[in-house]
Ligand binder design. Structure first.
Ligand SMILES: Nc1nc2c(ncn2[C@@H]2O[C@H](COP(=O)(O)OP(=O)(O)OP(=O)(O)O)[C@@H](O)[C@H]2O)c(=O)[nH]1
Ligand SMILES: [Mg+2]
Length: 512
């Protein structure tokens, strides 16, 4: 795993608690400003100012010019600086947060201005005149981090919360932003530090053999339990990462089956082109959607055929199959006419081998669904007829009837049950109980939400395994514990912070 030589981390346990990198921060003497809300016409826009001279905004730009009481909203007239003719720009609501009791830990002023492009640009222009500088993307949060207001897991939680599109993502991000994840990792660090302190005592003072055995016997179960607990989190089926990125659902099938129509119907917008011409869709059309609070990325694909008519169609089919294979949930769509011999007689004989193959795969894949579309072309089906047809399809395909759905995009048939089945499928992939999927409780929230966490926790387990293999070689064993603590510290940002920061902050926008 590309680990550095152990001596690089040699030190006593105290550093696990120190915040060597978080006490200092670049350009801390600057006062910075940025528009914190989105640019564009709005009722209100928020401009945030942070830094040692933040309150100068009152003496330079507002009337009255006194610094208002901290945490009280105050209405002020906002002017351009004297050198610019002291023209009134707006009437604004001001909020002052005195450091360290602010988001960044510094003095912070928020100006709630009227949200027009003209007001915003005039205000920003005036702020630049009073020796403030524009904030870099994510600089407010970066300052909060450097000032010890939040650890890295909370920073990541904030980034995820800003990007959250569904309630599941919001809940997961908020749980992290609130420091729950950081607290758990700190608990683990504390535990390992206790173990390390014992082992170090052995190195320094251990002379009596019975004492050695006793201390090691005390430390072993502690480390073993933690190793098992972290391993359990690592075996979570990537739940947290999936919630962040969305569950991939593919829609595949022969040309003209109604795949694009199905995507559009579910997305409730014409995301993909629909036409009676076979081979209309040539590439993957992705739609991110909220499926009952759960994040889903649904992909329409080119129709799969064994005899593509040109290289573009061939490439489209390759992409369709590739997407299908990596998707967590797979929808195979067939036109009812393609499998209907007579009114109630079904036959799969006319399907091309590649489609038959998809059906064979779907048999054993619990996350695959067979969708029989265009049922409006049949006479209306009673529930009994529908059940009989499903049973016949089961006999032919061995796909359980619970994973067979009849739909009509034209007459809006079957979508309630299809969407509920998909939602339940997402819930089962996430390993959630039904109650959790709909609740706002953070219970069962995933500890691992990024590959960064997974990588580092794997390193922790690795080190703990090495410790457990040979705990009586105390010097080496102590190094393994130190390495485990070091890796945990990297997750929360207590060590090696600069390298990690660049990666995390690249996703932040200006004003946050
Ligand atoms: N009667 C009926 N027609 C449908 C239904 N769904 C789709 N169609 C029609 O079937 C034709 C093909 O629909 P598409 O959604 O473009 O099919 P597709 O599977 O995406 O086709 P390709 O992109 O060519 O692979 C269009 O004329 C649709 O209007 C349905 O439920 N009932
Ligand atoms: Mg299509």
């Amino acid at each position: 795993m590309g680990r550095k030589p152990l001596k690089a981390y040699r030190s006593t346990a105290h550093w696990a608690w120190s915040r060597p990198f978080t006490q200092e921060y670049r350009n801390s003497s600057d006062t910075v400003y940025a528009l914190s809300s989105a640019l564009g016409r709005a009722g209100v826009s928020v401009i945030r100012i942070s830094g040692p001279k933040a309150t100068q905004v009152f003496s330079s730009l507002t009337s009255p010019s006194t610094v208002p009481s901290a945490r009280y909203a105050t209405l002020r007239k906002l002017y351009s600086p004297k050198e610019r003719g002291r023209e009134q720009l707006d009437e604004v609501l001001c909020l002052y947060f005195q450091g360290p009791h602010s988001f960044t830990g510094e003095d912070v002023v928020e100006l709630h201005v009227h949200g027009s492009v003209a007001v915003i640009s005039a205000t920003l222009e005036s702020l630049s005149q009073i020796s403030f500088r524009p904030a870099d993307p994510g600089e407010f949060t970066r300052r909060a981090f450097y000032n010890g207001k939040m650890d890295l897991t909370s920073v990541e939680g904030l980034s995820d919360l800003i990007s959250a599109e569904t309630s599941a993502q919001r809940r997961q991000a908020l749980w992290q932003l609130n420091g729950n994840k950081g607290a758990l990792f700190n608990e683990w660090v504390q535990l390992l530090t206790r173990a390390l302190a014992n082992i170090e005592a052995l190195i320094d003072f251990g002379e009596e053999e019975h004492l050695d055995i006793q201390i090691i016997a005390e430390v072993l179960p502690l480390v073993k339990n933690l190793r098992d607990s972290i391993s359990k989190h690592l075996g979570d089926g990537h739940r947290g990462e999936i919630v962040r990125s969305g569950i991939h659902v593919s829609i595949v099938g022969p040309p003209n089956a109604g795949k694009s129509s199905l995507l559009n119907h579910i997305a409730e917008r014409p995301a993909a082109i629909v036409s009676p011409i076979k081979g209309t869709t040539r590439d993957i059309v992705e739609v991110r959607m909220d499926l009952g609070g759960l994040p889903v990325v649904m992909a329409d694909t080119a129709g799969i055929s064994d005899e593509p008519s040109d290289p573009i169609e061939l490439e489209g089919i390759r992409r369709a199959i590739e997407r299908h294979e990596i998707s967590s949930i797979k929808l195979v769509v067939l036109d009812i006419q393609s499998i209907l011999k007579s009114y109630d007689e079904l036959c799969l004989g006319s399907l091309e081998p590649s489609i038959t193959n998809l059906l064979i795969q779907a048999k054993t894949d619990l996350n695959a669904h067979l969708i029989i579309n265009k049922v409006d072309l049949l006479p209306p089906m009673s529930p009994e007829t529908s059940a009989q047809l499903k049973t016949k399809l089961f006999a032919l395909t061995e796909i359980p009837t619970s994973r067979i759905h009849f739909t009509s995009c034209q007459d809006d048939i079957g979508f309630d049950t299809l969407l509920e089945a998909l939602r339940m499928n997402v819930v089962s992939i996430l390993g959630w109980g039904e109650s959790q999927a709909g609740s706002s409780s953070p219970e069962g929230a995933s500890v691992i939400t990024r590959s960064r966490h997974r990588y580092l926790l794997n390193e922790v387990v690795d080190a703990l395994n090495k410790f457990l293999e040979n705990p009586s070689q105390v010097e080496v064993a102590a190094e393994e514990l130190r390495y485990a603590i070091y890796s945990l510290g990297k997750i929360t940002g207590k060590v090696d912070v600069e390298k990690i920061l660049e990666v995390i902050f690249k996703d932040f926008c200006i004003g946050k």
